[in-house]
Design a protein around this ligand. Structure first.
Ligand code: ARG
Length: 583
């Protein structure tokens, strides 16, 4: 559906033209004085300079041409603004179209395009910690937003499965169990199906090895060699690597499932490996890849750079490929397999330079097309409630699963205490509320900003929180179920100012989703639904709905809140959570 701003801008442009002025002055904006009007046009002020007359004279002439049934007010005011209010019938008709159109008539600007969202970035063999929360939540929301806006989407976790952690585990395992067949270079038989370690062994081996490498140079060297040899395909190491993958992935999946975060692709750095040699040859042939201090690098500095952008390292002096190499090779793979128009990377914003280098190399090297959109969505840090970096009591890094459990336990105690649902529904309801608290608490912040994780504040049923939004939906659901069949009731004229405010708010759905998409900011969706929930609650408090005796009036009320409910549900689905039946 055409956006309201576009519809009324067209009318305003026509009015400028009819009054004898250039139509281009007729652009309408949302009013910055909502107490005075809903929309405004400031074109007469600029036009006055060109036509050399008083702005108010132009505004008056234009306003006169614009009168009609779409506006309840169209008024020129000093020094030359044109203030507009939509008429009730315009609002009703627009909402009725939204109600009956697929996806509320939101324009699908991604139609026919493909977007890959690279998010989560879990590292195999290392437990997910709280640093993995934001990329998972923000990435999932951005993926769902792109999908809603018409894109074909692929979410790819881009596992860290190729780096030093693998070499560290292999080297440490060799210290502990040197006689395993994996380490015997002369072994030619099949390797055992069963891994020589369990998940909890791994959870102990990796940190131990990682600590050792910092104090034991000789061990660190062996881990580096093992990393390299694994990448080159040494059989015994690949077999250990496969064991690590087989044990680690189901556990990662389990936790992402709990977060309602789902990937279409579980590809990793290792999957990009086969693409590296040909890519390097190609970059060398094109003269992009050059030797510098023993390493192969791709210079990406540009004239006019404000800060120094160092060359992108492709192959280190020891022959190993690095993070940037696999990211470039992954781009080769993605372009070949999916021809994406857009790729988003959601990681900590401290990786900004890395992505700047990779994106430049990808464009200069012709790995992606000039018009392929590459965007790094860098997020800030989640700190503790005191604003300090999040630590466990003993100073360690908090596990993601622990954080989720803490939130769940806190919410469960509220659900039980307030006897919100029957006993057998406690777990399901708790899970929904806890997820909403966690996700909304995160997503309502601009991605780039740091924020403080505050369990009690996030889980509160009042204020700008996930549970408040759920509560609003549940309240509407309860009214609707007491009313009866509501799905086909048409929208009516706004019967009071609260209904009108709610209707106006509903019309802003499309623009809100569009800005969220353009700026990769799920926080704009949160801001929108917070406003919408506020408008619903205000309307509810000021209007008798179920006890209304005028049945036609009542139908209109019910239809309106039914539409609001569907929109709220759609928006929280994009954000990645859902509402329970009762709260
Ligand atoms: N595994 C990486 C990390 O822990 C994040 C991966 C992000 N995606 C990418 N294509 N680089 O930092």
């Amino acid at each position: 559906m055409e956006k309201i701003l576009d519809i009324i801008s067209k009318k305003m442009e026509q009015a400028f033209q009819d009054a004898g002025y250039n139509a281009a002055y007729g652009r309408v904006t949302v009013s910055n004085r909502p107490d005075l009007c809903q929309y405004q046009c400031n074109g007469a002020l600029s036009a006055a300079k060109v036509y050399k007359c008083a702005p108010i004279a132009i505004a008056n002439a234009v306003a006169e041409k614009l009168q009609g049934e779409d506006f309840s007010m169209c008024k020129a005011v000093m020094p030359g603004f044109i203030n507009l209010n939509l008429s009730d019938s315009f609002l009703r008709d627009y909402l009725e179209k939204m109600r009956t159109a697929p996806d509320f008539g939101v324009q699908k600007e991604g139609a026919g395009k493909m977007a890959i969202i690279d998010y989560g970035g879990a590292n195999v063999a290392k437990p997910l910690h709280i640093g993995h929360l934001r990329p998972a939540i923000i990435g999932e929301a951005l993926k769902r937003l792109h999908k809603f806006m018409g894109y074909n989407t692929i979410g790819d976790i881009h596992l860290g499965d190729w780096g030093l952690q693998m070499g560290l585990i292999i080297a440490e395992l060799q210290v502990r169990q040197p006689d395993l067949c994996y380490f015997d270079p002369n072994y030619t038989g099949e390797y055992p199906e069963e891994a020589p370690f369990t998940l909890s062994d791994l959870e102990e081996i990796y940190p131990a090895a990682s600590a050792k490498k910092d104090v034991d140079k000789e061990f660190a060297d062996r881990a580096h060699i093992a990393t390299y040899e694994n990448q080159q395909g040494r059989r015994g190491y690949r077999a250990i690597w496969q064991h690590i993958m087989d044990i680690s992935l189901p556990d990662l999946r389990r936790i992402y499932d709990k977060l309602d975060v789902h990937y279409e692709k579980w590809l990793g750095e290792s999957d990009a490996h086969p693409y590296i040699p040909a890519m390097i040859e190609d970059l060398k042939a094109k003269g992009h890849a050059v030797m510098s201090e023993g390493a192969l690098v791709f210079p990406v500095a540009e004239e006019g750079d404000k800060k120094e952008i160092p060359p992108c390292i492709l192959i280190k002096s020891d022959g190993a490929a690095i993070y940037a190499t696999t990211d470039l090779a992954t781009l080769v793979q993605r372009m070949q397999d999916h021809h994406p128009d857009k790729m988003l990377y959601v990681t900590d914003k401290r990786q900004n330079l890395h992505f700047e280098q990779v994106f430049r190399a990808a464009k200069k090297g012709g790995i992606v097309k000039a018009e392929t959109v590459l965007e790094h969505v860098g997020h800030g840090t989640m700190n503790g409630a005191d604003g300090k970096p999040f630590k466990t009591r003993d100073g360690g890094v908090l596990r993601l699963e622990q954080l989720l459990n803490d939130m769940t336990n806190f919410v469960r105690s509220k659900v039980v205490e307030n006897k919100i649902v029957a006993e057998d529904e406690v777990e399901a309801t708790t899970a929904k509320i806890a997820l909403a608290a966690l996700k909304y608490g995160d997503l309502s912040n601009q991605p780039t900003k740091d924020y403080n994780f505050d369990l009690e504040r996030f889980a509160a049923f009042e204020g700008n929180t996930g549970p408040y939004i759920l509560y609003t939906i549940v309240r509407i659901k309860s009214i609707l179920s007491r009313y009866g069949a509501w799905e086909n009731l048409p929208i009516c004229l706004p019967a009071n100012p609260y209904a009108q405010e709610l209707m106006l708010c509903i019309t802003r759905l499309g623009p809100a989703l569009e800005s969220a998409l353009r700026t990769s900011s799920p926080n704009l969706i949160c801001a929108y639904i917070y406003e919408l929930a506020g408008a619903v609650n205000k309307f509810y408090h000021e209007t008798r709905i179920l006890s209304e005796e005028n049945k036609d009036l009542q139908k209109g009320y019910i239809s309106l809140i039914g539409l609001a409910k569907r929109i709220l549900e759609q928006c929280i689905d994009i954000l990645g959570f859902s509402a329970p039946e009762k709260m």
